[in-house]
Design a protein around this ligand. Structure first.
Ligand SMILES: [Zn+2]
Length: 330
């Protein structure tokens, strides 16, 4: 089974893409206009797929329960296997058997070289084009630099003496430091290959079925915290102020293309047309679950494609988990 996910969410005051420098990261984005033309922004605040992938991985470890993870993954230090020069290096099967992190999120061992592709893939989280936002700010993602201080209670000789530092040092501690925050309507898409979780491509072997089922379930559940933008930097002081707008989940018994990204207008209808045609061409069964705060889409079944509206934001995931439980896949 294969799963596609598309999320559209309004995020205010976020610093999710602060991966290294203090400066907020911006990338070029091209929008397709309603009149068929194109609008180009050289700089829009975006969050990398790497960042979202890392948080999906962290959620898997957190939700793990009975699932096995290696010590590196338990410390959230994925996904690079140390070299195994001396003695017998482990095979792909041996590595994934012992850890759901390397299994689902892939790994690279430099020596001897062994690589496993990730079973889960993420797009960048990109801002949607919004006429009103662009008109007001000239950008799809307005951002501001905010000065913070470290909140030392008092900067006096006495305080310095109590803390055993000199007064100038204490003043430096209190120096304001700048952080950038942005707002925007964002979207991301993802693909999850459930079929090959617990399967070693190089050994052509599967790990035990109970563990595979648990890993599939945890990989699905790990998406849920991501829908409110809990998937980036600065969550301790800038948990995004989120309004989830739409969540689309797709389940197919054969390989599917990644969902069309929410930055494209009418992406839900476009995805319905895409997956309907894919199900016909590939003779596959595809169900698309749509939750929307904005719009009622037309439900229906045609050939082996079905679109179902669901009542609450995470219901698409529950539907998929319930269905897979009934057929013994999770
Ligand atoms: Zn691991």
């Amino acid at each position: 089974m294969y799963v596609g996910v598309a999320v559209k969410v309004l995020l205010n005051m976020h610093d999710l893409n602060n991966e290294r420098a203090e400066e907020i990261r911006r990338v070029p984005v091209i929008y397709r206009g309603k009149d068929g033309g194109w609008t180009v922004f050289e700089e829009a605040v975006a969050v990398s797929g790497l960042m979202i992938k890392r948080w999906h991985f962290a959620n898997m470890v957190e939700l793990g329960g009975e699932v096995c993870f290696c010590d590196l993954c338990k410390n959230l230090e994925a996904i690079r296997i140390p070299s195994e020069k001396s003695g017998k290096a482990r095979s792909e099967f041996e590595i994934i058997k012992d850890c759901a992190g390397e299994d689902v999120h892939g790994f690279l061992r430099a020596n001897p070289v062994l690589r496993r592709e990730s079973m889960v893939k993420f797009s960048w989280m990109l801002p949607l084009f919004n006429d009103e936002v662009v008109e007001a700010f000239g950008l799809p993602t307005p951002f501001r630099v905010v000065q913070h201080t470290r909140n030392i209670r008092e900067i006096t000789e006495n305080a310095a003496k109590r803390m055993n530092v000199d007064l100038d040092e204490l003043r430096r501690w209190q120096m304001p430091y700048p952080r950038s925050y942005a707002a925007g309507v964002y979207g991301f898409v993802s693909l999850l290959d459930l079929k090959h979780i617990g399967y070693s491509f190089t050994d052509k072997k599967e790990i035990n079925e109970k563990e595979r089922r648990e890993r599939r379930k945890v990989a699905l559940q790990a998406y849920i915290p991501l829908v409110t933008g809990s998937c980036g930097a600065s969550l301790a002081r800038a948990l995004p102020v989120a309004d989830v707008l739409e969540v689309v989940t797709v389940l197919s018994d054969k390989v599917i293309p990644a969902p069309i990204h929410p930055i494209y207008s009418e992406y839900v209808e476009e995805n319905a047309r895409l997956y309907h045609s894919v199900s016909k061409a590939m003779r596959s069964n595809v169900t698309m679950y749509v939750w929307s705060k904005e719009k009622r889409y037309s439900e229906g079944k045609s050939d082996s494609f079905e679109l179902k509206m669901v009542e609450k934001a995470a219901d698409g995931f529950s539907e998929i988990i319930g269905l897979l439980e009934r057929v013994g896949e999770v």
